[in-house]
Write a protein that binds this ligand. Structure first.
Ligand code: ARG
Length: 461
């Protein structure tokens, strides 16, 4: 029953070692549904070209329906000799409609244009599902921003206290890259939206089959411009790999902060029991495993992309068997993101922020020093000088072990005559936040506008 697609010029069958090496059904079987859909479109275009009678087309489509049902139920599965998903399904098709009719389906089509098309069909579907999952996470971030809208926290650069910011502002700084990732998936889809059917093995088809008709049948808006490019290019797969790796990296940067925030030392957040794990030996432990898995999987997603690019870099045109290695990396990326994103979203949605602790730390570490300098600039002091004066305030505080608001009017006056007691209006967290009121800043009014903008961006997708 083993049936290769290329037996004619060979005296004997392949060695078992070759068959085992060559086999791809353990991963490309997930494309079976798309392969059958492609076969339906191909059968219709064979009929349009006059290569099938109407009743032959009808019997073919019935056979494909039965095959699809048997694949879905598990009644039909690949065997070792099948080599790949296309070979297995052709065997199943011939078993159902007989060799005479079954042998007509492959005309004008190669596994090379098939696989290039099926991968696009599959990835376009997965891209939509991943985009929806990413948008769920963005919504969870927007909800947390809204629920904690007035909470201040220490904003950091170099992980050192820098300037106070609103927690909502910080959370939305994690949301916007994810919105851009969804944009990237949409934008990628415009380039993936071209069918390679009709490219044949590499040179195109001679049988009068219309590639545009097949493309439309399969939900593509167009077919490829060049049959060699259609069968050889995998930039569309690599670009998908980049976007999934970027999503992984964006999650990982947020994950790293959650891991820090959940430490005793930070005590910024408490993780919900349902989204954290315990230790098998230490009864007190509550671990941020979801965040750690996100950080870990980011490395894996980067590896998927790097491996794929390495596979592609030396390949001459057109199809080479190396290209079979394009699928596992992106399948791995899809599988990992698909389990990671809902867990990550659940963790974010249930984070409980310790707003008292965050607000208490917000002005510490001299994070209002910039506000002193900018207050001086508003009073016409050159910034270079203002920076020096504010720096002197910090030095005095450090010597005495106090913080900026604790400096007396006399202290200020002795540091610089420009420092009148009115400088205190910016020496509070709320004064500092409100002063950063240009577009994109952390002032409460701007952050409220930003939240509305973020919600609108989610709704627009
Ligand atoms: N399974 C192959 C792949 O994934 C497609 C088959 C093309 N094989 C060939 N010998 N031309 O790329």
């Amino acid at each position: 029953q083993a049936m290769r697609l290329w037996g004619g010029r060979f005296a004997g069958g392949p060695s078992e070692a070759l068959a085992r090496l060559s086999l791809s059904t353990h991963f490309d079987w997930r494309l079976a549904r798309h392969d059958i859909e492609g076969s339906r479109a191909h059968a219709r275009v064979l009929r349009s070209a006059g290569l099938l009678e109407q009743d032959e087309l009808t019997r073919m489509l019935e056979g494909l329906d039965r095959l699809e049902a048997d694949v879905a139920s598990g009644a039909f599965t690949p065997v070792l000799a099948d080599e790949d998903v296309h070979t297995a399904l052709e065997r199943g098709f011939i078993e159902r409609v007989g060799p005479e009719l079954g042998g007509r389906l492959r005309a004008g089509r190669s596994r090379n244009d098939q696989i290039a098309t099926l991968v696009r069909m599959y990835l376009r579907e997965e891209a939509r599902a991943i985009a929806a999952q990413v948008l769920d996470l963005v919504t969870a971030l927007a909800d947390q921003a809204e629920a904690n809208i007035g909470v201040a926290m220490p904003g950091r650069t170099h992980l050192q206290h820098a300037q106070p910011v609103l927690l909502a502002h910080h959370l939305m700084a994690h949301a916007w890259p994810l919105v851009r990732d969804v944009d990237r998936l949409r934008d990628w889809d415009r380039r993936a939206d071209a069918s390679a059917y009709g490219s044949g093995a590499l040179a195109g088809s001679s049988l009068g089959l219309d590639p545009e008709a097949v493309a439309a049948d399969l939900g593509f808006s167009r077919s490829v411009e060049n049959s060699i490019d259609g069968t050889a290019a995998r930039d569309v797969v690599a670009e998908f790999g980049f976007v999934t790796a970027m999503i992984g990296v964006d999650l990982s940067r947020f994950a790293e902060e959650i891991i820090l925030w959940a430490t005793k030392e930070f005590s910024f957040v408490t993780l919900d029991d349902a989204f954290s794990t315990g230790s098998s030996i230490m009864p007190q432990k509550k671990n941020p495993d979801i965040a750690e898995l996100a950080r870990g999987k980011a490395g894996r997603l980067i590896g998927d992309l790097a491996g794929l690019l390495a596979t592609l870099k030396g390949l001459p045109l057109a199809y080479n068997r190396d290209l079979q290695e394009d699928k596992e990396p992106v399948f791995d990326a899809v599988d990992n993101l698909t389990v990671l994103l809902p867990a990550f979203t659940g963790m974010v949605a249930t984070l409980v922020f310790n707003s008292g602790r965050m607000a208490e730390l917000a002005p510490q570490g001299f994070s209002l020093a910039t506000d002193i300098a900018e207050w001086l600039v508003r009073n016409r002091v050159p910034f270079r000088e203002a920076h020096e004066i504010a720096g002197a305030c910090v030095r005095v505080c450090e010597e005495r072990g106090i913080d900026l608001p604790e400096l007396t009017d006399e202290d200020f006056a002795s540091i610089s005559p420009q420092l009148t007691p009115r400088v205190r209006e910016v020496l509070t967290v709320s004064g500092s936040l409100e002063s950063r009121s240009a577009k994109g800043g952390t002032a409460p009014v701007r952050v409220a506008e930003q939240l509305a903008g973020l919600r609108a961006a989610v709704a627009a997708h």
